[in-house]
Design a protein around this ligand. Structure first.
Ligand code: ATP
Ligand code: MG
Length: 267
């Protein structure tokens, strides 16, 4: 699964070539349910092992257009994880204090410690997405950030942070449907903001900005995956599967006990 959706280093991304509505080998949610449950079970065990071992950490980066499904992914895929070793950080518009530092300052502080899983709901990529599209800084500033991001992610990776990045790819029509339902359903009204309607007008600019970020910042040590996300169930399944594959590839083992277990007598 990972190979299918991974952007290879140096591969030029054209999002129109990636189908947001495909569902792989599965034609319905029902058929995928078993695979999903199995993945979640395996993931919980692997997380336990990651925590026990405490040798490395996992950083999961989620990016998407508005209504792309970041929150739903966190609820369904990461919801079953143990809150003891898993933390979500949501990155909003930077505060005055954050703006007075380099753009990675607030990001670095949120990187997971060894044994932990960190989930970024939006991330440092906003600094080459909204910041570029809305011209919040000059081109001379944002254009250097692709290299700076790669350097930063390499530093993390060389220090035991496994980075997995997911772009939840929805179509413009699917976004319209989801935003419309936020307007129509009183229980979803709280989710919609004028910014959602405003940002939608910049769809093409966002596509161009995403294509550059996905092309320039997919590396062997911090790969991007482009996940078909029009079908929420398939999005969840694909991400859970890629996480299991990655965790299993770490070759983790429970640490040796600190003491001679046989010599410990309980009374
Ligand atoms: P939802 O998808 O549920 O609406 P959200 O992640 O969009 O959640 P909001 O509070 O609606 O949360 O929006 C956060 C806003 O902060 C986004 O528009 C995002 O682009 C913006 N943002 C994040 N990082 C930066 C940044 N570095 N510079 C400027 N804006 C940023
Ligand atoms: Mg929003």
């Amino acid at each position: 699964m990972s190979e299918r959706y991974r952007v290879e280093p140096g591969q030029k991304v054209k999002l129109s070539k990636w189908d947001p509505a495909e569902t792989g080998e599965f034609d319905s949610k029902g058929k995928a349910r078993k695979a999903m449950q199995n993945n979640l079970k395996r993931l919980a065990k692997l997380e336990y092992l990651l925590y026990a071992e405490s040798k490395r950490s996992v950083l999961i980066v989620l990016q998407a257009m508005d209504a792309g499904g970041k929150d739903g992914t966190i609820r369904h895929v990461m919801g079953p994880l143990n809150p003891q070793s898993c933390r979500v950080t949501s990155f909003k518009a930077p505060s005055a204090e954050e703006l007075s530092r380099d753009f990675l300052w607030r990001i670095h502080k949120a990187v997971p410690a060894k044994g932990e899983i960190g989930i970024f709901n939006r991330s440092h990529y906003e600094d080459v997405l909204i910041v570029r599209v809305k011209k919040l800084v000059e081109k001379a500033v944002w254009s250097k950030r692709y290299r700076q991001i790669n350097d930063f992610e390499r530093l993390l990776s060389e220090n035991g942070v496994h980075i997995l990045k997911f772009f939840l790819h929805i179509s413009k029509d699917e976004q319209l449907k989801r935003l419309q339902s936020r307007l129509d359903d009183p229980d979803k009204n709280w989710k919609i903001t004028p910014a959602d309607a405003e940002e939608r007008q910049y769809w093409d600019d966002y596509v161009a900005a995403y294509e550059d970020a996905l092309t320039q910042c997919s590396t062997s040590y911090a790969p991007w995956h482009i996940i078909p996300a029009d079908a929420k169930w398939y999005r969840n399944l694909a991400i859970s599967e890629i996480l299991v594959e990655a965790f299993e590839g770490f070759g983790m083992q429970f640490p040796k006990p600190a003491a001679d277990v046989a010599s410990i007598k309980l009374k």
